[in-house]
Design a protein around this ligand. Structure first.
Ligand code: NAD
Length: 479
């Protein structure tokens, strides 16, 4: 059984919960201890007690800790990638790529610990100087979703520690394996006891203790809009700084002048890879009339070649849906799109077994055509391998359709026109804009995040991460 890590010690929880492989329902990865509310409070207390010591650590100490973690993640990318594919259902190459990404993130923030800058300015008054510096927030609670079980924890934990904060980390219930493996590496990294704590278990039960506590100074959350809004209310009521990254309904526009092969590739990768379970996944493909039929034909032909199966089998393109609940949500949206009059042009079939007869949550990628902006399938996040096609007469109409969503995470365009590409980068209402490249797939050294209902608060990743994980101090000195 794998335990929680609180105050520098491994501790049992209230109960032990099995972690099941969605590609093989007979495969129990391990049992993971779920903490109770008292243990969640202990983790906050431990982080608070360690806070002064870690905040006083030198940039070199922080660099060494984070660099060590990054080195180990990179060295173990195959083994940890296998665990990730086994518990979450991404294919093995995708999972190994995610572990590598996590290692690169730790290395990047090791460097950021050395680069934290301030400003020294003359005052507007004579004889006075002004220093502007950044200090750690104190204790931060980090709450993560299941779909990137190691990269999202990495892009919260690494900057939090790099800038001198103590951490209480609560991973999603479905993916404790990667969280535990990362915590185990951190437990040997040279941090003072209590500077990093792992609390596993249901967010709805533990959330109160991890957020509504006067010793918590910041909450960074990635997950669904419903949970995010609840966390925002709790943080506001308690005066806690917060940062939310939530869902998306990301469009990909394909214009008449697009390179067809590039457009099909962007659609397949963006909509269906990682089983469509990415916040940046393409879910609405908006295609202008002149290329519509050729594009749909080429896309469905390519979809027919995609192999769905066990995430760890070589040659499989799409692993399973993460669990039974998400599968029911995906199938519910497929049924609702059909009842609203959309045409199921391809896929959408649930398979209880893979080609070897192994029981799992398999779903063939689904494409709907003849869809309209007011359909549920075009307005709510599905979070599965399901995409729609909407027709547009020209670029302006396509852009209006793309922006016609409460979300604003990622937005894509396939075109060979410099004029349209330039206009789109300026006018797409999204935090991330992609031209001739899939809506999903971002670099780790630049800001990541959205606008409208997709995000609240400071950006994550890159040099911008210090905006959330530090607080600014302005000091005046009269000489
Ligand atoms: P979720 O909101 O159900 O859960 C996310 C986390 O919040 C989990 O750790 C959960 O235990 C915790 N939680 C649940 N209720 C809580 C509460 N009351 N208090 C505190 N914590 C609570 O989301 P999910 O199903 O794990 O993830 C899928 C969602 O995440 C999708 O909407 C997806 O778009 C979004 N997502 C967004 C990004 C991004 O960067 N924008 C990245 C990945 C995933």
């Amino acid at each position: 059984m794998k335990q929680n890590f609180i105050g520098g010690r491994w501790v049992d929880g209230a109960n032990a919960v099995p972690n099941i492989n969605p590609s093989d329902l007979n495969d129990v990865i391990d049992l993971y201890a779920h903490a109770d509310v008292a243990q969640a409070r202990e983790a906050v207390a431990a982080a608070s007690a360690a806070s002064a010591e870690w905040a006083a650590s030198t940039p070199q100490q922080r660099f060494d800790v984070l660099d060590r973690v990054g080195t180990e993640l990179l060295a173990r990318s195959q083994e940890l990638g296998d665990l990730l594919a086994r518990e979450e259902g991404k294919t093995l190459p995708e999972a190994m790529g995610e572990v590598t990404r996590a290692g690169q993130i730790f290395k990047f923030f090791a460097g950021e610990a050395l680069r934290l800058r301030g400003d020294l300015l003359p005052s507007v008054r004579p004889g006075i100087s002004v220093e502007v510096t950044r200090e750690p927030l104190g204790v931060v609670t980090l709450i993560t979703p299941w779909n990137f079980p190691i990269a999202i924890p990495a892009w919260k934990i690494a900057p939090a520690l790099a800038f001198g904060n103590s951490v209480v980390f609560k991973p999603a219930e479905l993916v404790p394996g990667c969280a535990w493996a990362l915590a185990e590496i951190l437990s040997r990294s040279g941090l003072p006891a209590g500077a990093f704590n792992l609390v596993m278990g249901p967010g709805a039960e533990l959330g109160g203790a991890l957020i509504e506590d006067r010793r918590v100074h910041g909450v960074s959350f990635t997950g669904s809009q419903t949970t995010g809004r609840r966390i925002a209310q709790a943080c506001t009521a308690h005066g806690i700084k917060f940062q939310l990254e939530m869902g998306g309904k990301n469009p990909l526009i394909v214009l008449d002048d697009a390179d067809l092969a590039v457009a099909v590739n962007c659609a397949v990768q963006g909509a269906f890879f990682s089983t469509g379970q990415r916040c940046t996944a393409t879910s609405r493909i908006i295609v202008t009339d002149g290329i519509h039929d050729r594009f749909v034909q080429a896309l469905t032909q390519r979809m027919a070649q995609l192999r769905v199966g066990d995430a760890r089998t070589a040659g499989v393109d799409l692993g399973p849906v993460v669990d039974e609940r998400q599968l029911a949500i995906d199938l519910g949206y497929i049924a609702s799109a059909q009842s609203e009059g959309a045409t199921l042009a391809f896929g959408g079939q649930h398979r209880e077994r893979d080609e070897n007869g192994q029981a799992g949550f398999f779903l063939t990628p689904a494409l709907f055509t003849d869809t309209h902006p007011d359909m549920r399938i075009n307005s709510e996040e599905v979070f599965g391998p399901v995409a729609t096609v909407q027709r547009a007469r020209h670029y302006d109409e396509a852009l209006a359709l793309a922006n016609n969503t409460p979300f604003g995470l990622s937005s894509g365009l396939c075109t060979t026109s410099l004029r349209h590409a330039t206009h789109f980068k300026r006018h797409a209402q999204a935090g991330m804009v992609m031209v001739n490249t899939p809506t999903a797939g971002a670099d780790y050294h630049v800001p990541f995040g959205g606008r409208k209902a997709s995000s609240m608060g400071a950006r994550e990743q890159g040099a911008y991460a210090n905006e959330f994980y530090t607080t600014v101090k302005t000091a005046y000195t009269a000489a």
